[in-house]
Design a protein around this ligand. Structure first.
Ligand code: THU
Length: 136
């Protein structure tokens, strides 16, 4: 679908801004919001390795910090041949805002693969489990 191709293209552009001097694994993400905006993110590493932040979380935190919380899809790409799917931590962060967000990845040959968060993170824990409506 064209919208996913475009999202992947934005994610690919974001890999160029990746700060990954330690892993050299550049990742870009592009988050599609319900109002049609695209918020990108890249991984940001740190000399204290454990503080590195993934591209997906960068995108989510950027979006929330500009007042956007309703997400439809996220595209993720890296500078490697194989597709990259969000790590466990990022799945949980995405889940906070949409437990069934569409996830789009591609390999370097342009093969697009679409899945959903509920497939990647089934029986997940989220705000509803705390038993109250979220306002934030
Ligand atoms: N990384 C991401 O940005 N997203 C993922 O889905 C997987 C991992 C980053 C974190 C780190 O900077 C580098 O890739 C190697 O793990």
């Amino acid at each position: 679908m064209k919208v996913y191709q475009e999202l992947l293209e934005q994610a690919f552009k974001a890999t160029r801004l990746s700060y990954a001097p330690y892993s050299r694994f550049r990742v870009g993400a592009a988050l599609l919001t319900e109002d049609g905006a695209v918020v990108t993110g890249c991984n940001v590493e740190n000399a204290s390795y454990g503080l590195s932040n993934c591209a997906e979380r960068t995108a989510v935190f950027k979006a929330v910090s500009i007042g956007k919380r309703r997400f439809k899809a996220i595209a993720v790409v890296s500078n490697r041949r194989n597709p990259v799917y969000p790590c466990g931590a990022c799945r949980q962060v995405l889940r906070e805002f949409n437990k069934d967000i569409t996830i789009v990845v591609a390999n370097r040959r342009g093969r697009v693969m679409k899945t959903s968060l509920s497939k990647l993170l089934p029986k997940s824990f989220g705000p509803e489990d705390l038993g109250r409506r979220r306002r934030g």
